[in-house]
Unconditional design. Structure first.
Length: 320
């Protein structure tokens, strides 16, 4: 995983979450706050998630093999999906269960200074981690909105860390809500309510992550702007006269496969077409460096045959 793909943000988040998890669990041991316990498990789940992301990044760099000729770039998507599963099961479901138990059998908090002090420390640490993730993401986001960036980013690490850190900050506010109301009312039910809200938050974040990483696992194509650049680079106006249809797919966040049927003139020689294909491949890689694999099939375009829109809808095949 390259630094531009969020390695720095992942490592920063891991360091922050280790410290936060220890402090939250210590606060739970001294106070008995279920919110602190839920938040401690949340931070432990986040630690595991960051380790999974680092493992996925390392495994994705393996060389292509006979069994996996297109390489292992999608390992990052697999581990990103595992993050969503861990966040839902270990973080969300545990917090929901713990909140239910605390509401059913409430008890007052002890040593209230511990959870309040830890919450303050955790907010500072999570804010630092979130700031690092935002800085890394701004370099890739361009003009997209933050929601658009999370939905459309091909590298899973930064969206995962952004959602985890944002969820952690909101979770800390919910934990503070439960702890403070418990102290003011001397009713432990509020601690359970805060814990339940943390569980709902974590489950929601996990579902969002799961949906987005599932789409990447299924195989997403290039963006509309990238497709336009590829199409423009393929056509030279001399031998390659048009793009009949095209397919793209991400083999990994930084690797794109392009397969296209290109139109040539009926009187071009095989040697001319071969040279034109080599030149077209070079132009595509210059226009979009992440293009790792290119397959071009020359064909003679029929005059009345429309070009497919956006490179995503094929016309009926007509031989080659």
């Amino acid at each position: 995983m390259s630094g531009g793909s969020g390695a720095r943000a992942v490592v920063t988040a891991l360091g922050a979450n280790v410290a936060i998890a220890v402090s939250k669990l210590v606060a739970f041991a001294f106070s008995g706050s279920s919110s602190m316990l839920a938040e401690g498990i949340h931070s432990l789940a986040d630690c595991g998630n960051q380790v999974l992301l680092l493992i996925g990044g390392r495994r994705s760099r393996r060389e292509a093999s006979e069994q996996h000729p297109f390489g292992y770039g999608r390992e990052r998507y697999v581990f990103g999906f595992l993050v969503a599963v861990v966040l839902f099961s270990l973080g969300g479901l545990f917090a929901l269960y713990e909140g239910y138990e605390k509401i059913r059998s409430p008890h007052p908090l002890e040593n209230a200074a511990w959870p309040l002090g830890v919450l303050g420390f955790a907010v500072v640490a999570e804010a630092f981690s979130f700031r690092t993730a935002l800085h890394e993401a701004r370099q890739l986001r361009g003009r997209e909105t933050w929601i658009g960036f999370v939905r459309h980013a091909k590298a899973p690490e930064l969206p995962v860390v952004l959602l985890e850190d944002l969820g952690a900050l909101v979770g800390l506010l919910l934990a503070a809500f439960g702890v403070v109301l418990t102290l003011l009312t001397h009713d432990g039910v509020w601690d359970g309510v805060g814990t339940l809200l943390i569980g709902v938050l974590l489950a929601t974040a996990a579902v969002v992550l799961g949906v987005e990483t599932k789409s990447l696992l299924l195989g997403e194509g290039a963006t509309g702007a990238q497709v336009s650049r590829i199409r423009a680079a393929l056509v030279d106006g001399e031998v390659v006269t048009s793009v009949i249809h095209m397919r793209t797919m991400h083999l990994g966040p930084d690797e794109l496969l392009v397969a296209a049927k290109i139109g040539v003139r009926h009187d071009d020689t095989a040697a001319q077409v071969a040279r034109a294909i080599d030149a077209a491949e070079a132009r595509v890689r210059a226009a979009l460096p992440i293009t790792a694999v290119i397959y071009l099939e020359p064909d003679i375009r029929r005059t009345a045959e429309p070009t497919s829109a956006g490179g995503r809808t094929d016309p009926p095949p007509h031989g080659s």
